[in-house]
Design a protein around this ligand. Structure first.
Ligand code: NAP
Length: 336
């Protein structure tokens, strides 16, 4: 690993400290070197509305330690007045010679690169795809005005989520189920369906839950309604498409309500539909080392009849780990 990569990865680690506190802003970390190559400051974006990472790092400097040095930051420095003044101006003021950036900002208001280059500062890009992966939620929010969507499923080795009689407790180990409780906290909202609420009566503890229930079939005394803020999408408040709730419209409404990430827990019918509609960004799949071995069992993805393997929906595994007796795969959809 060369030193540019080393310092950019340090930026990624610093940026991650802002997780859960900066949305809808991006995760940003920053490292400043003097002209001899020694680290003289570090910073990161700590909370929404707070100082950007570059400002956090540069304001810690007492004199002109950074003059002629290099600043590493995983996102293009801003050039506009937002909640804080432009970081580019501060970089120019501190007479840095070189700026190493992870990715260009997708916010159309930002054009920091041009301003830096006009001031005679060298700008280099490095580890761009990793920088984009770190800020995938921000990129989706900013470019599509929709929340980032992760679908979670837990299935047997043969892809079953319940027996033909609807028995589903428990497919995975208690350790895997505890992991799900923790995962939920990383998202602004849990989304589930009428069928799942009726079949399982889950609690799904969370501060914000969205239930898809076109005809208001769920019982308001069900456990899911007993805690957190609930948004029920029904035909009264949501447009229909082919007589079903228009999920893109539901997601757009959630975004309008300040929901930037959604964790879906549902059965195979809804999972199959939204995958087909291209509304999913990632799948978290728990696989239990069990085989139901019954064709009538419920499958975790129930789309249409598909005749060719080449028509499979393809995913890229970016993380895998063993949890209790089970395996967790975290995967990104490969968009066509
Ligand atoms: N293993 C797991 O990870 C897991 C997680 C959750 C549930 N489950 C199991 O899944 C089973 C239920 O599965 P399921 O397939 O019957 O139900 P499901 O996929 O959870 O829900 C299907 C329902 O979602 C609603 N929906 C809303 N908008 C839709 C759209 N655009 N397209 C499709 N559906 C839409 C429809 O109900 P409305 O018409 O009422 O809106 C539809 O009937 C249960 O047995 C449960 O135990 C397993």
């Amino acid at each position: 690993m060369n030193s540019d990569e080393k310092y950019m990865r340090m930026c990624f680690r610093l940026a991650k400290r802002g997780k859960g506190k900066v949305a809808p802003n991006p995760l940003v970390g920053c490292v400043v070197l003097d002209k001899q190559g020694n680290i003289v400051s570090k910073g990161y974006h700590k909370k929404y509305g707070g100082n950007h990472a570059e400002r956090d790092a540069l304001l810690k400097l007492k004199n002109n330690e950074a003059e002629g040095g290099t600043i590493y930051v995983n996102l293009e420095p801003c050039s506009h007045f937002g909640k804080t003044p432009p970081c580019v101006d501060l970089i120019i003021e501190h007479k840095l010679k070189r700026v190493v950036v992870g990715m260009k900002d997708v916010n159309p208001k930002v054009d920091g690169i041009t301003k830096l280059q006009k001031a005679g500062i060298t700008v280099d890009f490095i580890l761009t795809s990793e920088a984009e992966f770190l800020n995938r939620v921000f990129i989706k929010n900013m470019t599509q005005k929709l929340p980032y969507v992760v679908l979670k499923t837990a299935a047997t080795l043969d892809g079953k989520i319940a027996s033909f009689e609807g028995d589903s407790k428990w497919i995975t180990s208690s350790e895997a189920r505890s992991e799900v409780y923790k995962m939920r906290k990383d998202f602004d909202c849990i989304m589930t369906t009428s069928n799942t609420v009726i079949a399982d009566n889950p609690t799904m503890e969370h501060k914000f839950k969205c239930i898809l229930d076109k005809d208001l079939r769920t019982d308001k005394n069900a456990k899911i309604y007993q805690q957190g803020k609930i948004y029920v999408a029904a035909k009264e408040n949501t447009p229909l498409e082919n007589d079903r709730l228009d999920i893109r419209a539901v997601l757009a409404e959630l975004y309008r309500q300040g929901i930037y990430s959604v964790f879906i827990e549902c059965g195979g019918t809804f999972a199959g539909t939204i995958l087909k509609e291209g509304l999913i960004d990632e799948v978290y799949q728990f696989i239990a080392p069990k085989i139901l071995n019954d064709n009538k069992g419920l499958s975790c993805f129930n789309g249409d009849d598909v005749s060719k393997i080449s028509d499979c929906i393809k995913l890229d595994i970016y993380e895998h780990k063993k949890i209790g007796a089970d395996i967790l795969l975290k995967m990104r959809l490969i968009k066509k």
